[in-house]
Design a protein around this ligand. Structure first.
Ligand SMILES: [Zn+2]
Ligand SMILES: [Zn+2]
Length: 489
């Protein structure tokens, strides 16, 4: 097989060879088993994947048809994560999973995966929605250190509520250094049949007022299986339950421990308050209307934190230098107060970054510093010094292509979009043009780096409305511009 691939590669001209990276270097390799569950795996699996990726520790794949996969499939991975509750996988796959863990790899079992494979009724076989009962997979109970039972006392849960999860074993790597308790807002599984090999790490009191047993019920446990490690969390009924920092922290640390035997992740991981450094952006609007889809340009990036000022008075009422790394201008005012003017200049002169979008090239037509020095271009609202006024046209079909190698256009490439064109701009001969169009109602340059020497300034002409705002190429262009302006690229 390998030889064949090599021979084929050698037969190709050098330029046609491609490198396909199999995994990201230095990360633990995780495979999430999904695709069947009585819970919404279509929501939970992408969320778990995102948590794992955002932790920086894992390279993650997902399999939504686990039945039939082989030892060869698993060989490259360090840990498998079961977000699965459905039919059995067949002898070959089950043996492969047992051998995978036994040989020294890891497995994470979460929430409803506790129900699977114990010989209980399962809704739906591989193709249709019917109740089926399959014989139990006894080795699964050994691996996970537990089983679910419908006999008295029946395994299940009371009413979903907020409860405290308390560590009972703080020597285990997953629990070391963590606060003694955390909140869960979740189902609290009770009457799980734990086996002696399960090492319970945390419990929660199952309050009878909520339909609980009145006992401490195990919530997190670890199992040694052969040379391998299994981490079991009964938590995570839905996205809101999985949003709890206690769930996130223990799930990620549990996965890291199962994969590697050690834990390096922090003692508290809150998805609502990411720890990583974020570029602080102030977005300025005012003087021109716009679609609210504009705001989505700044959403979905864990490394970006943005504030919004709806006028230049609001934006520049104080010194911005200690507060922001990048200004994004999407405004079009003509007047600006003395103090505000000074704060904008101070920010620019301090070497911070500025991204000027679309109609912001028409701001402050009579402030030379803004057009000539900062932006390197100007939309002429009126004829000026013998030049006619600039013109615009909405809803044009535009083809745009990069004309420079630059971080702002990295991975942007050619774009085809519907947007507004501008023609007859004054553009400084000193700008470094990044993108052009041949559209007859547009000037050629549609994105450039300003020659302004004191800070990084990008102008992007595109971006009139929703059709541009939601275009993946435009989104990338704006994010690249922010990153470059912040000095990150
Ligand atoms: Zn549930
Ligand atoms: Zn416009």
């Amino acid at each position: 097989m390998r030889t064949l691939v090599m021979a084929a590669a050698l037969a190709l001209p050098v330029a046609a060879q491609v490198t396909i990276p199999l995994f990201q270097a230095g990360k633990l390799r995780a495979l999430i088993f999904s695709g069947r569950n009585n819970h919404d795996w279509r929501e939970s699996t992408p969320f778990l994947r995102q948590l794992m990726v955002a932790s920086g520790r894992f390279d993650v794949r997902v399999i939504e048809e686990p039945a039939g996969l082989t030892a060869e499939t698993l060989a490259a991975y360090d840990v498998i994560v079961l977000d699965y509750n459905g039919p059995r996988w067949g002898a070959a796959t089950e043996r492969a999973v047992e051998e995978f863990v036994r040989s020294g790899k890891g497995m994470v079992v979460r929430h409803a995966a506790a129900y699977a494979f114990h010989g209980l009724p399962v809704l739906g076989d591989r193709h249709v929605r019917t109740t089926i009962v399959e014989p139990a997979w006894p080795e699964y109970a050994r691996m996970t250190g537990s089983a679910w039972s419908l006999e008295d006392p029946r395994t299940g849960h009371g009413e979903r509520h907020s409860f405290r999860v308390r560590f009972t074993d703080r020597d285990h790597p997953v629990a070391q250094g963590l606060a003694p308790e955390f909140w869960a807002t979740d189902e609290l599984y009770q009457n799980m049949r734990l086996r002696p090999e399960a090492r319970v790490l945390a419990v929660a009191y199952a309050d009878p007022k909520m339909g609980g047993t009145g006992k401490d019920e195990p919530v997190l446990w670890a199992v040694a299986y052969g040379k391998g490690r299994v981490f079991h969390s009964t938590l995570g009924h839905d996205l809101a339950a999985m949003w709890e920092p206690g769930f996130v922290t223990t799930f990620l640390r549990g996965a890291e421990w199962a994969a590697s035997g050690a834990v390096t992740l922090p003692a508290w991981i809150d998805p609502a308050r990411p720890q990583q450094r974020r570029t602080r952006v102030l977005v300025v609007t005012g003087g021109h209307d716009y679609d609210t889809s504009f705001y989505t340009l700044f959403e979905g990036y864990p490394d970006l934190a943005w504030d919004h000022a709806p006028s230049n008075r609001e934006a520049y009422r104080r010194d911005l230098r200690p507060r922001y790394d990048v200004l994004v201008l999407y405004d079009m005012p003509q007047e600006i107060g003395e103090m505000e003017r000074q704060h904008l200049r101070d920010f620019a002169e301090s070497g911070k970054g500025i991204v000027v979008l679309h109609h912001a090239i028409a701001s402050y037509n009579s402030w030379e510093w803004y057009s000539k020095e900062l932006v390197g271009g100007k939309y002429l609202l009126q004829p000026e010094a013998g030049r006619p006024g600039s013109t615009y046209k909405h809803d044009e079909e535009i083809f745009v292509y990069p004309v420079a190698r630059h971080p702002v256009v990295s991975d942007v490439g050619r774009m085809h979009l519907w947007d507004e064109t501008y023609k007859g701009l004054w553009i400084s001969p000193e700008v470094k043009v990044l993108l052009r169009t041949d559209h007859p109602l547009s000037d050629g340059p549609v994105a450039w780096i300003s020659p302004y020497p004191k800070s990084r300034v990008v102008y992007i002409q595109l971006g009139h409305d929703r059709l541009a705002h939601i275009h993946p190429g435009y989104r990338k262009l704006v994010k690249n511009a922010i990153d470059w302006a912040a000095g990150l690229r």
